[in-house]
Design a binder for this molecule. Structure first.
Ligand code: IMP
Length: 191
């Protein structure tokens, strides 16, 4: 029941694009998102879940309910690359080498988000995915990160070519964060 939902959660991330999406997705659940801009160290890890566990450990000083997440773009024909290395790969290389590699390979790809909620010693995690393919060139000015090269299955446009609210209908992050909203709506405000 939305009325019984806790009203506020603190989202810790350095990324304003993620903060906007998280706030928009949780609003219909009656949950207000307080964004705390902070870079959380990401360990060398083999899964998003492992990174999220490390982030949850790093936000123990933040009072109340705290939300963190980690996301990645996975390309099966590149053995899942860039996956957990998505941020580093994009910062160092941009889109170029990936688009070049994919000229001779299957272009299927998916985004995955793992979200983690901490309240005191209690933690819970939730995941979401969206499948699609990598465009032959970047298109669109919206969104962030890999949005200009990701075309969801059944769409003609990239995530960067549609209004933010449209990305939120199907995105990996929205799917994971909606599960967070349902979880918070089920939990008692004082627990
Ligand atoms: P991280 O979760 O901040 O580590 O993100 C990993 C990389 O994926 C970063 O380069 C992000 O910009 C990118 N990324 C995360 N979420 C999205 C998304 O929703 N769309 C496009 N790129 C994303």
């Amino acid at each position: 029941m939305v009325n019984a939902a806790p009203r506020t959660i603190t989202f810790v991330s350095r990324n304003p694009g993620k903060a906007r999406e998280v706030a928009a997705v949780l609003a219909p659940f009656g949950i207000r998102v307080r964004w705390r801009r902070r870079e959380l160290a990401e360990p060398q890890a083999s899964s998003l879940a492992e990174v999220v566990r490390a982030k949850l450990a790093a936000v123990q000083d933040v009072p109340g309910r705290v939300l963190v997440e980690d996301s990645g773009l996975f390309i099966p024909s590149l053995h899942g690359f860039p996956g957990v290395y998505s941020a580093h790969f994009l910062e160092v290389w941009g889109f170029g080498p990936m688009l070049e590699l994919l000229q001779r390979r299957e272009r299927r790809a998916y985004f995955r988000t793992v979200a983690g909620v901490r309240h005191g010693r209690r933690i819970a995690t939730f995941s979401g995915e969206v499948h699609g393919s990598i465009a032959s060139r970047p298109r669109g000015r919206g969104g962030f990160g890999y949005d200009p090269i990701f075309i969801p299955t059944g769409w003609k446009q990239t995530f960067a070519e549609v209004p933010a609210a449209e990305k939120d209908t199907i995105s990996h992050r929205a799917r994971a964060i909606r599960k967070v909203g349902e979880f918070l709506a089920r939990s008692r405000p004082d627990r």
